[in-house]
Design a binder for this molecule. Structure first.
Ligand code: ZN
Length: 163
């Protein structure tokens, strides 16, 4: 990372973790997914309402944990809200690639989320960054199966403590 990128990264993560967007409960019919990452103590409670075509009509979250987990969740809600199911899935796949594969040229649709590319060097932080996305993946899954029942995901394996 160059210094400029590093500074922008710090600013954006800090901003989103201090003032998370779309933070709070979601009233009405919605799919609720609880995600946790015990190795770091991160929790995400994701609430998603899909429209009749499977698009993301509304998405909100509550949670607590490290700055990366909360900032990633906040940025994710901004990006996937209003997207079709297909677009949201593309976003999920692109973000996962970004933080694991390390593609040199991440898709522009990810916007500020591209700043999280640096976490791929730190497997513990990848779990933090992916937590909200795993929860969203589960929400897509639940919606598809038309269950809408609460579910839980975890990014825990057996891992040492988060830095
Ligand atoms: Zn974390």
């Amino acid at each position: 990372m160059n210094a400029e990128f590093e500074e922008l990264y710090q600013q954006v993560i800090l901003d989103h973790s201090k003032r998370p967007r779309n933070f709070g409960p979601l009233d009405g019919e919605a799919i609720h997914v609880d995600g946790d990452n015990p190795s770091c103590g991160d929790e995400i409670h994701l609430h998603v309402r899909f429209d009749s075509n499977g698009g993301v009509e509304e998405v909100r979250f509550t949670g607590m944990g490290c700055a990366i987990s909360q900032a990633s969740a906040s940025m994710m809600t901004l990006k996937i809200k209003g997207k079709s199911g297909l677009e949201a899935r593309e976003m999920l796949a692109a973000f996962q690639d970004l933080v694991t594969e390390g593609k040199l040229d991440p898709p522009k649709m990810l916007g500020d989320l591209r700043l999280l590319a640096g976490v791929r060097k730190f497997p513990q932080r990848v779990k933090c960054a992916m937590l909200a996305w795993r929860a969203f993946e589960q929400a897509l899954h639940s919606h598809q199966e038309n269950k809408g029942i609460p579910s839980t995901v975890s990014t825990e394996e057996s891992a040492p403590h988060c830095p």
